[in-house]
Design a protein around this ligand. Structure first.
Ligand SMILES: [Zn+2]
Length: 182
């Protein structure tokens, strides 16, 4: 794929109804640049228009009701420039395919036109694990139901560690080869 670096996108989605007063009057709060890097789009700069309810409605937390561009919120990791698809790509390459950070960095650049630093790759590896753990916890009941359906789950418990560097503890459900906890 050719790089979309330098491509400028205007993201101006009409907000619809305010979730609090149901009104349709919005004011532009700000129009700010947002940088994005996604496998689907490469690197781009988007100017995002953020709206605020004209009636000055507030959320339960006391902040003003605003409306951001759904397409950006859905695709880009909060407080970050990369898309969720990049995060997943980095995580799978690193942890399933055991690729080195530099190899991952090169692939992203050559195949998707996405430039990340080596430190950036490390950071996204950590985020990937964090998100995966959250997903794992959110789906605990579902996983439990499947395991119960199997008639139980023999657990393989193992712990390894390099001297003085802590221990990795893992529990694997034997029949399905699922890691239940680590
Ligand atoms: Zn409102």
């Amino acid at each position: 794929m050719s790089s979309t670096a330098g491509v400028f996108v205007r993201v101006d989605e009409k907000p619809g109804h305010c979730p609090v007063c149901k009104g349709e009057q919005w004011l532009v709060q700000k129009s700010a640049p947002r940088y994005g890097k996604t496998l689907a789009h490469g690197q781009f700069e988007a100017r995002e228009t953020v709206y605020v309810c004209a009636a000055g409605c507030k959320n339960a937390t006391g902040t003003l009701v605003t409306h951001r561009a759904d397409s950006l919120v859905r695709n880009i990791v909060p407080q970050c420039v990369v898309g969720y698809d990049v995060l997943v790509f980095v995580g799978i390459e690193r942890f399933l395919h055991h690729k080195q950070r530099e190899e991952i960095r090169m692939r992203l650049e050559h195949e998707y036109g996405i430039r990340l630093s080596s430190g950036g790759i490390s950071h996204h590896c950590h985020s990937f694990v964090k998100y995966l753990a959250r997903l794992h916890n959110a789906r605990t009941e579902l996983l439990k139901t499947v395991l119960k359906g199997d008639g139980g789950w023999p657990m393989h418990v193992d712990a390894t560690g390099e001297h003085g560097r802590g221990t990795i503890f893992a529990v694997v459900a034997g029949w399905r080869r699922w890691v239940l906890g680590a």
